[in-house]
Design a binder for this molecule. Structure first.
Ligand SMILES: C[S@@+](CC[C@H](N)C(=O)[O-])C[C@H]1O[C@@H](n2cnc3c(N)ncnc32)[C@H](O)[C@@H]1O
Length: 263
């Protein structure tokens, strides 16, 4: 399987935002650090370079380091993958290519960072994991490609496998960006209003209530009257009831696990 893009005669769309390699003297001491080991460093910061996460990156509230797997490849062609032992479809990222990239990441990290391999076989990513990552010094993410990574490197470094959902993507770069987005937005100073992270879906075991904005009436649909009342107590009660109703309807698993004492 090849990851080489084919243009099919169409002009490739490129971004003007080039991720920059962090030089050692550029690293910000004590700042939450994301290291991403990938065959596609140009995919970063990607969407993380936009909006709140992008501003926070520029403001130095977090830092991003991409570690390109290709230079660690073998031989003249810097091969990073080989055929699966035992036969079968596709290619597997070699342990002797991934390991030196991990060593490089460890050498440049200013703290011991948790090492995560994005994988559809992993435990599902949750808001609780995002909170826990945000509370630490950062994270090193290994993005797989092809059929994945040689098991020996995962075992050797005791890498935790985390999944972004029960579906298979082409590579770990999109899940890596999702995981970083969910974590970075919880870092102090990233969200304008810290309450927005406290009240939203999955933070208190419930899904969020519906949201409305102006105009008060649109295409014959009205904003619920209570939200226009200015009565904070009634608004809070209504929102809580809507949250509970939505959670019961859409996520019976969450509702069964919901503990009102912790909410
Ligand atoms: C085509 S997938 C490999 C799937 C692998 N052969 C399997 O069946 O488990 C290539 C890479 O994409 C990433 N990936 C794909 N789906 C993912 C998911 N749901 N969550 C996290 N990473 C995923 C992983 O890094 C994986 O190594």
């Amino acid at each position: 399987m090849s990851d080489t893009p084919r243009s099919h005669g169409r002009k490739a769309i490129t971004t003007s935002f080039k991720p920059r390699e962090l030089m050692s003297d550029e690293r910000l001491a004590g700042v939450w650090t994301a290291q991403v080991i990938t065959l596609f460093p140009d995919a970063f910061p990607g969407v993380l370079g936009q909006s709140l996460t992008g501003k926070a990156l520029k403001d130095g509230l977090w830092q991003l380091e991409t570690i390109d797997l290709r230079p660690f490849g073998i031989g003249k062609h810097r091969n990073v993958d080989d055929t699966p032992a035992g036969g079968g479809a596709g290619m597997v990222l070699r342990a002797d290519v991934v390991a030196p990239a991990i060593e490089q990441a460890r050498k440049t990290a200013q703290a011991k960072l948790p090492l995560i391999y994005l994988s559809p076989r992993g435990k599902p990513f949750t808001q609780a994991m995002a909170k826990s990552l945000a509370a630490g010094p950062g994270v090193t993410l290994l993005c797989g490609r092809f059929e994945g990574v040689d098991q020996r490197v995962l075992d050797h470094y005791e890498i935790v496998e985390v999944s972004m959902g029960d579906y298979v993507l082409t590579g770990g770069e999109i899940p890596a960006q999702a995981m970083l987005d969910a974590s970075v937005r919880l870092l102090p100073g990233v969200l304008g209003n810290a309450d927005s992270a406290v009240e939203e879906s999955h933070s208190n075991g419930l899904l969020e209530h519906p949201q409305y904005t102006k105009p008060a009436e649109w295409e014959g649909h009205e904003t619920p009257e209570v939200l226009m009342s200015g009565h904070h107590g009634n608004i809070a009660k209504w929102r809580r009831a809507e949250s509970e109703k939505l959670t019961q309807e859409r996520r019976p698993d969450m509702w069964a696990a919901f503990d009102p004492k912790k909410a």
